[in-house]
Design a protein around this ligand. Structure first.
Ligand code: FAD
Ligand code: MLT
Ligand code: ZN
Length: 515
């Protein structure tokens, strides 16, 4: 067996990497610096074909109602205070809302929506504003309903593992709260320091360990939501099994703020693993990446908790913009393989044997494996901070595609060839174990010409391979007109009927999700 600590697989100096430290939270867009600090063009100007709906324009009487309900401190109207709520995290879109509401309770959300529905005021629900498809910020002047102050943890049951909390709790805060109970959140993502559990549920977020813990549709036992007319829907079951009628909670999971505002959630939390191991590997071809993922699934079985990949251009991003150090020399592809289990000796033996064989068979050319918390964090930083590094590279065209595993990477070289020198960088990374590729294209600045070269090509390519145009980020503002590449006309029609039933005045997150 390889020694504990940072276990050397070949050629790597033990414990030499001094990688950077991830900030404890992700900055709101307006707080970022450098290239990431410039504001994008207003959405209404960049996408002039999208017209403002026939909604009321906010006036003094409306504001009087909101301040009467929440008090002046929880109604933001100062443009500089509203700015961060108008711009999305990757600076693709920008609205011009002049009012941000910060309720604390379900009752306040109910009164806000009932009033907005009556007066036909459009509302954009917002959690941590880390969404990547432009769904979390206003398109025009919609009122922002922020869940930032809805952050109460209501109950934690050590035996059943059920956590009940308000929608505005930050994912990382919940995970830290659960640790002393021997539990953890069933999802983890690079935005954990900022995203809210309500936003996670509203986007059905995937993340780094979906392979092991499944998606939120399986982990959300129940939820409470407020409908567009202010009616409170209590589906806050904490039962694992409950087949009484239609599963209404699923209407809200992944509905991206268009069907209701999620106010509370009950989540099934798995036990915190007693043993964690992480391997970081260098490979010379995508064929070998495929062989290693297959081997990992077979050989690591029930302890495999994550299987991620990134290509060389992605590695170059984090190294050059964030000054993180890659623990290996340059390879065309890198993989992260994590195990979580309950017995360190057993797990370590298993992952070491798996890695030894993968190297003997020359599938893996070099690598490093560790079970030390700080070293694992350094390696995870390389993967988790890619999105942040992209923001420093230029304007980002971001695609989140599900593809059959054998075609997982084919879109990246195809797009690079198509764009040639029009792109600064075309790179691929993602949740390999789930068949979810993140294709990212950076350019010096946004132009319609480059956009036209990328879309609809990227979606046609995906559709021909029977993939999905959105694996985990959702549809938001950026993708509604392309929904038909992944959904049948009958499905889209039923979605529209559901929207009309639940939000007949179309006040909730208009211009998003539905074509
Ligand atoms: P927001 O961005 O505020 O909102 C997202 C959508 O949900 C919007 O349409 C909004 O209207 C709606 N919404 C928010 N709260 C509510 C509510 N209470 N009720 C109803 N609707 C609501 N996503 C993944 O799936 N996997 C990843 O691995 C991943 N990694 C990321 C890494 C980084 C660095 C960043 C910046 C983003 C990442 N994302 C990832 C995207 C994003 O973090 C997720 O979509 C997350 O779930 C959004 O949560 P949020 O609280 O920030 O929601
Ligand atoms: C990730 O997996 O890193 C996220 O989904 C964010 C991204 O696609 O950049
Ligand atoms: Zn992702």
């Amino acid at each position: 067996m390889l020694p504990r600590g940072l276990r050397q697989l070949s050629g790597l100096r033990r414990g030499t990497s001094s990688l950077g430290i991830r900030p404890p939270y992700l900055p709101r867009p307006s707080q970022s610096r450098g290239l990431a600090g410039t504001l994008p063009e207003l959405t209404k100007d960049r996408y002039p074909h999208v017209k403002r709906g026939d909604y009321a324009t906010l006036d003094g009487n409306h504001l009087k109602f909101f301040t009467g309900l929440l008090g002046e401190n929880r109604v933001l109207t100062d443009p500089s205070e509203c700015e961060g709520y108008n711009v999305d995290w990757i600076k693709n879109v920008r609205g011009y809302s002049q009012c941000v509401l910060k309720p604390k309770t379900t009752e306040e959300v109910s009164k806000i929506l009932s009033f907005c529905n009556e007066h036909r005021i459009a509302v954009c629900p917002q959690g941590g504003n880390t969404g990547l498809v432009g769904g979390s910020v206003p398109v025009f002047d919609e009122v922002v309903l922020s869940t930032a102050l809805m952050n109460e943890i209501i109950s934690t049951d050590d035996t059943s593992g059920v956590l009940v909390c308000q929608a505005g709790c930050i994912l990382e805060t919940l995970d830290s709260h659960l640790a002393p109970h021997g539990l953890m959140m069933p999802l983890d993502l690079g935005a954990k320091g900022s995203c809210h559990i309500g936003g996670n549920v509203a986007t059905n977020a995937g993340g780094l360990r979906l392979l092991r813990y499944g998606n939120l549709q399986g982990s959300v036992l129940g939820l409470e939501a407020v409908k567009a007319n202010g009616e409170v829907l209590d589906c806050l079951s904490t039962l694992k099994k409950d087949n009484t009628g239609y599963h209404l909670k699923h209407l809200f999971i992944g509905s991206e703020g268009t069907l209701g505002v999620v106010t509370k959630v009950a989540i099934q939390c798995p036990p915190k693993p007693k043993s964690v191991n992480l391997a970081f590997l260098g490979l010379n071809s995508f064929d070998n990446v495929l062989k290693v993922v297959k081997k990992a699934k077979h050989e690591l079985g029930e302890i495999l908790s994550s299987c991620e990949m990134m290509d060389a251009l992605t590695m170059d991003l984090v190294v050059s913009h964030l000054k993180l150090k890659c623990p290996l020399i340059e390879y065309p592809f890198y993989m992260l393989i994590e195990t979580q289990g309950s017995n360190q000796n057993h797990d370590e033996e298993k992952i070491d044997r798996f890695l030894e064989v993968a190297m003997e068979e020359k599938l893996v050319l070099d690598g490093t494996a560790t079970n030390e918390v700080s070293k694992m964090k350094n390696i995870w930083d390389i993967r988790e901070r890619i999105t942040e590094a992209l923001n420093h590279d230029g304007y980002v065209f971001k695609y989140d595609i599900s593809l059959p595993i054998e075609n997982f990477y084919s879109l990246v070289p195809a797009m690079a060839e198509r764009l040639g020198s029009d792109a600064k960088r075309v790179c691929g990374y993602g949740h390999l174990g789930d068949g979810n590729l993140h294709l990212n294209i950076t350019v010096k600045e946004f132009t319609q010409d480059v956009l036209k070269k990328i879309e609809p090509f990227v979606y046609e390519f995906t559709s021909k391979l029977r993939g999905s145009i959105s694996a985990e980020h959702g549809i938001g503002f950026r993708k509604p007109k392309y929904m038909h590449y992944s959904k049948s006309p009958a499905s889209i029609q039923l979605m529209k009927q559901l929207k009309a039933l639940m939000d007949p005045r179309n006040i909730l997150n208009p211009y998003k999700v539905l074509p």
